[in-house]
Design a protein around this ligand. Structure first.
Ligand SMILES: NC(=O)c1ccc[n+]([C@@H]2O[C@H](COP(=O)([O-])OP(=O)(O)OC[C@H]3O[C@@H](n4cnc5c(N)ncnc54)[C@H](O)[C@@H]3O)[C@@H](O)[C@H]2O)c1
Length: 377
């Protein structure tokens, strides 16, 4: 199969859909990989590395889209890419169609086979191609919080790990999911005192076990949140109610009870944020101060670490790319239920129920579902 890897064109996006290692493995399986020049630059991969791995370097995105049978990207396609798409071409990338009606209609019009990373789903409900970015956001949030506490950023000048004779900072994490668990690991590793809150006791039990009781766990409610954050140096917001706006767990009044110069990192900002005072920020201008508290609310935290993020993302996506290339997408989807869930669009039709329902578009059954599932639904 011919696999195409264009350069990402979204503002500030430095990740790339495939590493030279991925190219090498595909070529070893007898496939041909077209990589647009400078596609890997932002992630620290030179054209030479891709060439040595066996890629054919092409000058323009147009060359990738013209020939690629499957195009592997990171972000959703943008306006200049639409006219380059060919009917029946497979697009494997983050699509997030449920949030974008215009993009859905555009891709239906182009009649591509749209497989969205975000809806590839394991039988246990896990989202294996979203998880790596949540891991990175959780881990990086503690580093960002540490930066916010520096005096030059308006913080109270507290070092997360403390020093001999000086106690460490107190870090409170709201939400013990993938992001929260990863934030917890890093905060604990740095030597901070850590509390974590969640509404699900089993999440708290899991995290209590893996940290061997070295952190304090609390059931999340107004009272425990209020009490815990009052003495916190850093509060990290990592809650999610799937498909819904993040709950506003920390009100302005609650924030006023924190010590001035403390910090909050709201990772849930991409779902609207869990602090009343949250507003989205960027890597270029990541912080602002409100009620005396330094806020960090960057919507794409992994984007600040493109090299690590590209490796983490492609480690997860690559096995699916290889399976599609080796078997063709039809057989790959028949045999791999997780990949099948990733199919959003085919032949100008929506085959992902939530997207169709969200936009009032006709829903067509996934053509690669086993016959038993088709009769059940
Ligand atoms: N800003 C970024 O760059 C970035 C990157 C990755 C993920 N995220 C966002 O981070 C958030 C968390 O993602 P995740 O992968 O950890 O989700 P997850 O589903 O694994 O975890 C969310 C947790 O929040 C808990 N929760 C729900 N309501 C709560 C409440 N009232 N109090 C306490 N806990 C509550 C849930 O029980 C769950 O354990 C999401 O909004 C996600 O979109 C942002």
């Amino acid at each position: 199969m011919i696999i195409g890897v264009p350069r990402e064109i979204k503002e500030g996006e430095k990740r790339v859909g495939m590493t030279p290692q991925g190219v090498d493995a595909l070529v070893a399986h007898g496939h041909r990989v077209l990589v647009e020049r400078r596609a890997g630059e932002g992630s620290g991969f030179s054209d030479r590395e891709y060439k040595e791995a066996g890629a054919t370097l092409v000058e323009k995105a147009r060359d990738v889209w013209n020939e690629g049978e499957i195009v592997v990207k990171v972000k959703e396609p943008l306006e200049p890419e639409f006219p380059l798409m060919r009917p029946g071409q497979i697009l494997f990338t983050y699509l997030h169609l449920a949030a974008n009606r215009e993009l859905t209609l555009k891709l239906m019009e182009r009649r591509i086979v749209g497989i969205g990373y975000e809806t590839v789903q394991g039988q246990d409900g896990s989202l294996p191609l979203l998880r790596p970015m949540s891991e990175i956001a959780g881990r990086a949030s503690v580093l960002a919080g540490g930066m916010c506490l520096e005096a030059r950023h308006g913080g109270r000048g507290v070092l997360l790990c403390g020093a001999s004779g000086v106690p460490p900072a107190k870090v409170v994490i709201l939400g013990a999911g993938v992001v929260g668990t990863n934030a917890c690991k890093v905060a604990l590793g740095i030597g901070a005192r850590v509390s974590i809150l969640d509404i699900h006791p089993e999440r708290l039990s899991y995290i209590h076990d893996i940290t061997q009781g070295h952190i304090a766990t609390f059931i999340s409610n107004r009272m425990t949140i209020g009490e815990e954050i009052a003495g916190a140096d850093l509060v990290i917001g990592a809650v999610l109610i799937p498909g819904a706006h993040a709950p506003k767990l920390v009100t302005r009044q609650m924030l006023k009870r924190m010590r001035p110069g403390s910090a909050v990192v709201d990772i849930s900002v991409d779902q609207g944020g869990c602090f009343e005072t949250t507003r989205p920020t960027t890597h270029e201008n990541p912080t602002y101060v409100e009620e005396g508290i330094v806020h960090y609310c960057v919507t794409n935290i992994p984007g600040g670490f493109p090299r690590t993020s590209t490796f983490a993302l492609t480690n997860a996506t690559f096995p699916y790319v290889l399976e599609i290339a080796d078997k063709g997408y039809g057989k790959a989807m028949e045999e791999n239920a997780a990949l099948r869930k990733g199919l959003n669009l085919i032949d100008g039709k929506v085959v992902y129920q939530a997207v169709a329902e969200g936009f009032g578009l006709p829903f067509i059954q996934n053509p690669f579902s086993p016959p038993s599932l088709k009769t059940l639904s």
